[in-house]
Write a protein that binds this ligand. Sequence first.
Ligand code: MN
Length: 696
Amino acid sequence: MLRQYELVERVLEYDPDADEALLNRAYVYTVQKHGSQKRASGDPYFSHPVEVAGLMTDLQLDQDTIITALLHDTVEDTLATIEDVEENFGPDVARLVDGVTKLSKIEAMPEDERAAENLRKFLLAMSEDIRVLLVKLADRLHNMRTLHFIKKAEKRRRIAKETMDIYAPLAERVGMYEYMREMQFLAFEQLEPDAFKMITGRLEQIHEHDGGQVDAIALAIKQALAEAGLKVEVSGREKHPFSIWKKMAERHVSFEQVTDIMAFRVITDNVADCYSAMGILHSVWQFIPGKFKDYISTPKNNGYRSIHTSLIYENSMRVEVQIRTNTMHQTNEFGLAAHWAYKQDDQPDGQVGWLRDLIEIVDASHDAEELLEHTRMAIYQDRIFAFTPKGGLFQLPKGSTPADFAFAVHTELGNQTVGAKINGRHMPLRTALNNGDVVEIIKSKKANPQLSWLGFVVTGKARAAIKRAVRLKEREEVVELGGKLFEEIAAHVPAKIGKKAIKEAAKRLKMDGPDDLMYAIGAAKIENSDVMEALVPGCTAEMEEDPNWPSQDKAISIRGLTPGVAFQLSECCHPVPGDRIVGLRKRGEGVEVHAIDCLKLANGVDADWLDLSWGKKSKGAVGRLRATLYDRPGALAEMAGIFAQNLANITTLELSQTEHPFGVYEVDLEVQDLAHLTRILSALRASDAVAQAERI
Ligand code: MN
């Protein structure tokens, strides 16, 4: 383990201005806080943060990052608090430690691919400062190095899989190839022990057979370039077991068929020499055209720059050669991390493009949003990531609410949602979620999605599900209403109506079943007499004499009109017998009959006014009323029951608005006269289901 003075000296070596006392304090702090905690290896726990800090010094990262590495597990695993860290080490370190702690909290993830991809994006997005991610990657690398101490095979496997699926690709994404390769090597050993043994065994055999071959080829390359006057460094190696395994798996070939097992690296002083070296190598040995890649003129997205080519060495062996400058090499191996070490240097080969931008952005802001945008990670920008209480991860568009979240988890959950807790606190369903929020949906089997939710949900899935649920609920209620009305109708036919009779009636009316029939009745899409005819064919002829049943033909006479003049009860005020009425006669048209207090009259119209009154026998007209119901199951049916008891036919029924917790309905009702309508309004007002009822 790295000793305290060794660590501090390492930092001072590349950063003479570092605060020695503060570094020492951080070292002592982590030793004290972790106290007697032990690693699986039996080492004291604090050896782990100290090693992670050591890894960060290899990358020559700044003092705050080193201190963060030292403290990275204190808040998660000891009694230390963020406030405590801030007090001792300042707000910057506290923010970094908090970032790493947050990332650590979310490691129990489901194993499927989608979740792994999500988690990678999440970790990127959550690393508000790129240094948080670097510490996290070093933390993982050290845990992988000590993975073999963990006794439970299942746990080793889980950690290895997580590393392979999440952290190695993440290291690649930020260009830290060295971390990526070591993580893959260690994870591969755990995940595919047989393949690992086979490949490392074969590589050893090759070594024993002609161990000097790698060196011999490296020397040949160096000599060929030296003869042309190029001063370069050449190193050679066998490829890593995991990359050989990947080739075998991708190409479905055996170990022997993987031809380019050896790889060589040519390091030059400047970019021009890279291209010269390439030309010379291509003239000395035959190269494989399809294998040639120029990542110097076109760097990879993560900033990787190098020339790749494959040569056929001595007419038989394929070898891979990478050509790059020393500066490129540092950047390639350590990606984002490298800029801290190199930002002071005047980069001789003109470090351009994304990395320079990135350095400026990171230096200026330490802001992940800008960073992501400028490194083409912008695709994650308009997304947020939220968790279920059990750690399930869901990716949603920015602005998503707990309602969106619920429907993303499961349509059924969305349908039953009544409320939500965000990070343990009750919050309104319309609250916009933030990255990393833990969302707990409060549900009830009796709940239904509300129409008003459409005002704030942002996902298409939630929108569609809410509309569907509201339609279904409306239909259910109309069917329920139809059922009540049907009972009334059935009571008026001269036969006892059972389930079978209803089915047959539906069939006669060419409907799919009893529910459709009830829906048609509830929605006033069918005349009562037609329903009766379908139930008992021929029965309506006798029924019309029933004095309790409002006839479909209105028997209305109006006094004050010349006999024979056509008249019409107005649609705007729906006068019913008993109302004081006036007539409006326009030239060439019939007479419109209005209630005396109709607004249309108050506004004045270009027509003759006629003083009218109802004839003695006038019975039956359509009255219009507005009823405000509590938005709860059965409320509509209760209203329908009141109409049925009072023998009033609904002609139209419309939900005019929903204002939680109310639904406002406008109803056209066939009533006998004003007294009848007034009785109905009083009955409505007396009902628990009705908040308000009035004529309109
Ligand atoms: Mn750790």
